[in-house]
Ligand binder design. Sequence first.
Ligand code: K1U
Ligand code: ZN
Length: 179
Amino acid sequence: MALLPILSFPDPRLRTRAKPITHITPEIKQLAADMLETMYAAPGIGLAASQVDRHIALIVMDLSEEKNQPMIFVNPNVTPLTEETKPYEEGCLSVPQFFDQVERRAKVRINAQDLDGQPFEMEAEGLLAVCIQHELDHLDGKLFVDYLSPLKRQRIRDKLSKKGRQKSRKSEEAAVSAS
Ligand code: K1U
Ligand code: ZN
């Protein structure tokens, strides 16, 4: 098992569209296990492969209080079951420390495969519906900040870009002092 680095907005790699998974290999099973470990450690309730720089259609989620109900979605897709939308204060592990209201479809059908390649289907409302739509957006290279005003998005971009520069400067300094 391994903790994977999570890409942060505005990293352009987050805009890559994920490719469908054609064969579920041992490497993909290992990636799903590593993504769950990374999500629990963050901590978060969902993670898309795009966020760990793997551009394939794979999502993990766990909405349980005890963090003991992992869900894995291979090649997921979502069909809206209502026109109704509901707001939810969303967060994102790729947009750390920012939260904002996003309107999403209130009820959806999820179709996906499990890690044995078996297709399954479920209806989702509430947080499950919010989270799966958020994660599917990641696979399409979309982030929750894209639903915000250009001004809000630019403020978040500036703050996170500054943080990213500070982080790389610190790791360069650490590398120099270790050499
Ligand atoms: O995709 C991600 O970046 C994960 C994201 C999922 C998500 C949360 C809320 C609404 C939509 C999608 C997160 O997990 S952010 C962290 C978070 O919400 C959380 C963390 C610890 C406990 C409970 C929630
Ligand atoms: Zn996210």
